[in-house]
Design a protein. Structure first.
Length: 41
């Protein structure tokens, strides 16, 4: 059971890392591809 808990923690960390990377990419003015997403927020 403890192993399952560890797996869940790993998954949650991965998801959080992905979200952080996405936010950083959107905030990066040098990234033209994410520039289209900025005006909507």
């Amino acid at each position: 059971s403890s192993n399952d808990d560890d797996d869940d923690d790993d998954v949650e960390k991965d998801e959080e890392d992905k979200e952080e990377e996405e936010h950083l990419a959107q905030a990066d003015p040098s990234d033209v591809s994410t520039d289209d997403l900025v005006p909507s927020s």
